[in-house]
Design a protein around this ligand. Structure first.
Ligand code: PXL
Length: 254
């Protein structure tokens, strides 16, 4: 079950979640938290859905089916974070994967100033995994040092943090590191693909969610999701004048 914004271009948001989860042999159910006005060039505007309506969408699904994993993307403001936190807390056995969406990768803000404090209070303490890029990690951890940020986020109760390095310096390879509570960490690197891609972060977090839903451990799910996401970017296609769209129906295997 993914909570996120509607992206009419099907690059990011709940469309990215649904395409990815389906491609990885799971069934997506999507709770809309925002309706955006956007295309492959950027986000022009958005409207948030009320917390009550977010709750009602989730409740109708939860009354009807078993949910394997909860994944969050764009939540927009603190009220949405709070209601999703309450839903997740009422389902303690269900893994929670938090993609801390603060802005679009074309730079438009997708959140209010109260979002990060709300993530700290309501969502990260119960999270199985969060998937920030280095910029988001520094905002969530409130430090320049990634190590200090990771320690601060783990201290909130979040059990694993996958820091993606895509937004770091222009090295030939892109490095990602999974930090786990207890001190283990796994680094992986992939050849940097040139170009800009719309919804790669959503694809990655949704892919981890699908692999976790299929029963993979977090470290295996992350490794498989990173391989899958790299392939979706390698085979990305252009539908508009802006960013490439990841090809989620790539052949994927564990
Ligand atoms: O990629 C982050 C993101 C998430 N969710 C929605 C978005 C975007 C980026 O544009 O529009 C709805």
């Amino acid at each position: 079950m993914t909570f996120g914004g509607h992206d009419p271009s099907s690059g990011a948001g709940i469309q990215a979640d649904a395409l990815t989860v389906h491609a990885l042999s799971c069934h997506p159910v999507t709770v809309v938290t925002a309706v955006t006005v956007q295309n492959s060039q950027g986000v022009l505007d958005y409207q948030l859905i009320t917390p009550q309506h977010i709750f009602d969408q989730a409740k109708a699904l939860l009354n009807d089916m078993d949910i394997a994993v909860i994944k969050t993307g764009m939540l927009g403001n603190d009220e949405a974070v709070k209601v999703v936190g309450e839903i997740s807390k009422s389902l303690p056995g269900i893994p929670l994967i938090v993609d801390p969406v603060l802005a679009s990768n074309t730079g438009q803000s997708l959140s209010t100033d109260e979002l990060v404090p709300a993530l700290h209070e309501h969502l990260l303490p119960g999270a199985t995994l969060t998937t920030p890029n280095v910029d988001e990690c520094r905002i969530l951890g409130r430090s320049r040092s990634i190590e200090s940020c990771v320690n601060a986020i783990l201290k909130l109760g979040c059990r694993n943090i996958l820091v993606t390095g895509t937004h770091d310096s222009e090295t030939a390879d892109v490095e990602h590191t999974l930090f786990m509570a207890g001190g283990r960490s796994y680094r992986s690197s992939y050849p940097r693909l040139q170009g800009e891609y719309h919804g790669s972060g959503c694809t990655l977090a949704a892919a981890v969610s699908a692999f976790v839903a299929r029963g993979f451990s977090v470290d295996r799910a992350v490794a498989s999701a990173l391989d899958y996401t790299w392939q979706t970017i390698k085979q990305a296609y252009k539908v508009g004048y802006g960013q490439f769209i990841p090809q989620r129906s790539v052949c994927s295997e564990d």
